[in-house]
Structures are given as structure tokens and as C-alpha cells.
Write a new protein. Structure first.
Ligand code: ADP
Length: 544
């Protein structure tokens, strides 16, 4: 027997319709160019999304057609989120920081029919267009005055929108229809596409808005620093729309000074980003001796947030919510929010808990397994391969790439983690970055977290290097802060006593900068290649 409830599919268009009707006067602020601030409301965004929907249909976009974007966080990109998915087509947000060949690969593999791009990417578009033959139109995200000179017959976004009225009703269709497509960076091999559905997106949006997750509400002013091309800014534009929060879209200027200026000008309360972004902001705040006056929470994920960073934000009265996820999980899977029983913990124990990657809310299920697939205890000590399942977790890749990826209905994350009885996860490494020393595993993240706390260290990475006696030993690679003269021995002295003796790196190497991926994470693959000629000092090589 079915229930007698209304059949209303969970569609992305319902989000923007709701925001228009119930939060129509709430502002969206966007910085599409360094010299331009654009302001309008959720009502205006809905109005323009419907005009854009009609423009897309006029360009021949049909249900299931793929529409690409190469764009920063702006109101126009937001309109594309709602218009493309709203008509039943699929938005493919492409990371413009990838190598040109990867971008071409993605646009072709996704079969993007139209590509919308921000002006700084006009030269890139000129280069890739001849090799992306399936793209019928390249649309510059600007008005007529700012249209770039180009050998290509470019279309102008503002003209396309202005040519349409907003007399359009969003179609209703099955909530399992594909809404969006995002490619994982693919550190090895080609990028793989994760195809999200309307239903999975809405459930994820409900999930991350909960108080025990990111706690997004209509009283927030949300500024996602996480790019809209990187798993939809971790879902924050949808969440802001669902709850009717003011949304601030910072464009391409993500340095400390520009972020601070926007935080203050727009009274931002909540922001998001990978740890590397916050290094810039914290350094700016430190040197300028200023502090954000309205910012309350920052969600940090994408790679491990060092405890020292959590402390620095705490000293400014800003709470860090450490989160873990991946493109394949929409992306948010765990968020670090203490339970009632944790609030009475001594400060050092609570701090220790809050440095973990958090726990899953309803909708995400986790387990850790050994190499045979046997489940390991949830005791916070045993570590193994982290597996995830849930209604916003991928069941496979676009076009079947990678074959059957699930194992007994679980998605293997490629991360190694511990899991405790309360569900708190601690990621020790990506499985390919784990250091195997004398039959035991050393967590590179565990060592980096301590090294980064030294005041002379700007960035730290630990990689395993082959060792004649121990298989592999950890090598610490440091970028010093400007003007610091930190030595190898000072660094090792600092670490001594703070971690297990056999976790102590055998050597320290100083470099000017560390390699990062297109999503701002440390690229250990590149670092290992850069240091392939490194040899251990004689004492270490002898097994000392
Ligand atoms: P890619 O880096 O390939 O673009 P994702 O953005 O999907 O792909 O990255 C997901 C991976 O990032 C996770 O599998 C995990 O290794 C890492 N990651 C994400 N959040 C955290 C975190 N809080 N701590 C440690 N690692 C994290």
C-alpha cells in the first residue's frame, strides 16, 4: 500500500522557485571582474535563470544535453546551475586549472554542446576550440562592452539572456534525471565523470544544511571560496538557495586582501575552502594585524586541515568545521561537529577530537576494511580502507569508465582511515601516499600536522622514500616562511617527543614551493617525481 502523499519530484528548479517565493528579497553579491561588484536578489536570479533557460532551448539544448562551464564563482555561473539543470540538461563544470589536454578531454568526453566561459579563459578557449568539434557555441560570460576580440564566432551571455522573457515554467520530470557532471582530477589516467542526479543533489543539500553538518541557515551570509567548478563549491550555492541565505560569490580574486575586504563589506558569517587558501588569508590577517568581524564558521576540507590552522582560526573567534568528502560523494560525507557528551571533555581532548575529519550524518554510511575486504573494528585505532555508501554516493562513472567500482555495494574511497564508535573518521592518508616502514604504516598527514605547527614553516609535506633496511622511510619537505632560517636539526628537534619515535622523518629537505593539483591540494605524485634523485644521508641509509 502506498502512502497518500503528493508526488513531487526533488528537482533543482524547486530550490530556486522556493528562494524566489520565500526569500525573494535576499541578496546575491558577485564580483565577476576585479573592478565590478554586481548585486541582485534570489528573485532576480530566478527571473534571469528562466530567461537563460529559454535562451538555452533556443540554442538547441535539450533534455540530457551537456553544457560546459569554465567559470569562477559569479552570479552568471549560478544562473547556469539553475537554468541548465532546470530544463533537464546536464551542467558540466570544468576545472579551468587543469592542463589544456585534460580540459579538451573532458569537454569531448562529456560531449558538451555549448560552453560558457569567463573572460580570463578566452585565450584557453581559442586554443581548445579547434579540438572540441562537438561544441556548437562558445558563450562569453559578459555584456557586449566586455566581449573579447577573438577569431572564434563567440556569443555574448548578456545578449542571449536579454533576448528572452522570463515567461517560462520549469518542466517536471523524474528526480533521478541527471543534473550535473563533474570530473575527478585523475592524478593518474584520464579524468572520470561523476554524474549527479536531481534527487542526489537535493538530498545532499538537505544533509549539509543540518545543524550537525554545515548548519547553513537564512541568518547566514555564505561566501564559498571553494570554486563552483570543484564539486559545486561543495554544494553551498544550493544550500544557500534552499535556506534563503545571502550568497557572496567572490570571482577570481581569492588572495587574503580581497577575501578580507569582501568578508567585511558583506558581513560574511560562513565560508569554505581547502587549507591552502587559508594560508594566504591567515598570513594577511597576521601581517596587517586585522581580524574578520562577522565571520563565525569556516568549513575546511579537500585535504587534511592541520590542527595549527584550527587553533589560528579559534584565536580569531572563528570555528573550523573540518569536513571530508570526494567528488564521488557529492562531496560532503563527514563534518566535525561534537556531540553533547563531548562538550564536557577537557580542552585538549576536545581539540584532539575536532582535528579529525568528523562523522557522517544520516545519508552517509561508512566502514573500514582490511585488504581482504573484512570489516575492521570501529575503535578509533584500527585503520583500513574507507568505504562509503548512501543516496548521494556515486554507483559508477559516466559512460561506465572504470567498470564496476562498487565492492559489495560500497564505494572504495582510496583513503585509509580510522573510525571510532561515534563514527568520527580520521584520514591517515590516501592509500597511495601511505608510508610503509618495516612492516608498519606511518601516516604522512600525522607527521605534516605537527611539522606545520612550527612558526617557521609555511608548508610541509611528508613522502615515503625507498630505504635499504626499512622498505620506506618518511622524508619531510618544508617550505620556510619568508625570512625564516629554520634548519634541519631544529625541525627534527621540534618534532621529537611529539610523535612516535619511528615516525620521525629520517631527513628534512627545504624547497621554495610545493607542487599543487588543480584543486589546490598537495601533489605528492609530482613531489615524489621531483625528488626522485634524493638519496638518504649515510647514517639513515645504514639503518640508524
Ligand atoms: P581530486 O583531488 O582527485 O580532485 P576530490 O576533490 O574528490 O578529488 O578529492 C577527494 C579526496 O581528497 C579524498 O579521497 C581525500 O583523499 C582527500 N580529502 C578530502 N577531504 C579531506 C580531509 N578533510 N582530510 C584529508 N583528506 C581529505
Amino acid at each position: 500500500m502506498n502512502g497518500n502523499m503528493m508526488q513531487m519530484p526533488l528537482l533543482i528548479s524547486a530550490l530556486i522557485r522556493h528562494a524566489d517565493r520565500y526569500h525573494g528579497d535576499v541578496e546575491i553579491v558577485s564580483r565577476p571582474a576585479a573592478d565590478e561588484i554586481h548585486r541582485y536578489t534570489w528573485r532576480d536570479a530566478h527571473h534571469r535563470s528562466r530567461q537563460l533557460a529559454k535562451a538555452l532551448l533556443a540554442l538547441g539544448v535539450r533534455p540530457s544535453s551537456r553544457v560546459g562551464t569554465l567559470a569562477w564563482n559569479t552570479h552568471r555561473h549560478l544562473e547556469l546551475y539553475f537554468a541548465v539543470s532546470g530544463i533537464g540538461a546536464v551542467i558540466n563544470t570544468v576545472n579551468p586549472r587543469l592542463f589544456q589536454e585534460q580540459i579538451e578531454y573532458i569537454v569531448n568526453h562529456a560531449e558538451d554542446e555549448i560552453v560558457f566561459f569567463d573572460l580570463p579563459f578566452a585565450p584557453l578557449v581559442e586554443k581548445i576550440a579547434p579540438r572540441c568539434r562537438g561544441v556548437r557555441a562558445w558563450v562569453a560570460l559578459c555584456d557586449r562592452e566586455r566581449m573579447p576580440d577573438s577569431g572564434l564566432p563567440l556569443s555574448c551571455y548578456e545578449e542571449l539572456v536579454a533576448a528572452q522573457t522570463d515567461n517560462y515554467t520549469w518542466p517536471q520530470f523524474d528526480e533521478n534525471t541527471a543534473a550535473s557532471l563533474c570530473y575527478t582530477s585523475g592524478t593518474t589516467g584520464n579524468p572520470k565523470g561523476v554524474l549527479f542526479a536531481h534527487r542526489s543533489t537535493l538530498l545532499h543539500t538537505f544533509g549539509i544544511s543540518l545543524a550537525d553538518s554545515l548548519a547553513v541557515s537564512s541568518r547566514d551570509v555564505v561566501l564559498p571560496v571553494t570554486p563552483m567548478f570543484h564539486v559545486f563549491s561543495w554544494g553551498l550555492p544550493y544550500a544557500a538557495c534552499m535556506v534563503g541565505a545571502k550568497l557572496v560569490l567572490p570571482g577570481a580574486q581569492l588572495d587574503g586582501a580581497n577575501l578580507y575586504q569582501l568578508f567585511e563589506a558583506e558581513a560574511v558569517t560562513f565560508t569554505s575552502g581547502v587549507p591552502t587558501v587559508w594560508l594566504g588569508l591567515l598570513q594577511f590577517l597576521e601581517t596587517q594585524k586585522v581580524a574578520p568581524s562577522t565571520l563565525k564558521r569556516v568549513v575546511i576540507g579537500g585535504s587534511a586541515c592541520p590542527p595549527a590552522m584550527i587553533d589560528k582560526f579559534a584565536a580569531l573567534g572563528i570555528e573550523v568545521i573540518h569536513a571530508w568528502g570526494m567528488t564521488e560523494t557529492s562531496p560532503v560525507s563527514t563534518t566535525n561537529q561534537p556531540k553533547a557528551k563531548h562538550l564536557s571533555l577537557p580542552a585538549d581532548k576536545l581539540r584532539q577530537l575536532r582535528t579529525k575529519q568528523g562523522r557522517p550524518g544520516f545519508g552517509v554510511d561508512l566502514k573500514i576494511v582490511d585488504s581482504e575486504g573484512r570489516e575492521l573494528p570501529r575503535d578509533g585505532v584500527a585503520f583500513g580502507d574507507l568505504m562509503v555508501r548512501g543516496p548521494w554516493v556515486a554507483a559508477g562513472y559516466f559512460k561506465g569508465d572504470g567498470g564496476d567500482v562498487l565492492r559489495d555495494g560500497w564505494f572504495p574511497t582510496g583513503d585509509v582511515a580510522t573510525l571510532d564508535a561515534d563514527g568520527f573518521v580520521q584520514i591517515t592518508d590516501r592509500s597511495k601516499d601511505v608510508i610503509k616502514s618495516g612492516g608498519e604504516w606511518i601516516s604522512s598527514i600525522g607527521v605534516e600536522n605537527i611539522a606545520i605547527a612550527h612558526p617557521g614553516v609555511a608548508e610541509a609535506a611528508v613522502i615515503g622514500v625507498a630505504h635499504p633496511k626499512w622498505d620506506e622511510r618518511p622524508l619531510l619537505v618544508i617550505v620556510r616562511k619568508e625570512g625564516e632560517a629554520l634548519s634541519r636539526d631544529q625541525m627534527l628537534d621540534f618534532l621529537r617527543g611529539k610523535l612516535a619515535k619511528w615516525w620521525l622523518p629520517d631527513d628534512v629537505v627545504f624547497v621554495d614551493s610545493l607542487p599543487h593539483t588543480a584543486t589546490g591540494k598537495l601533489s605528492k605524485l609530482t613531489l615524489r617525481q621531483q625528488l626522485k634523485d634524493y638519496r638518504w644521508p649515510a647514517a639513515s641509509a645504514a639503518g640508524g
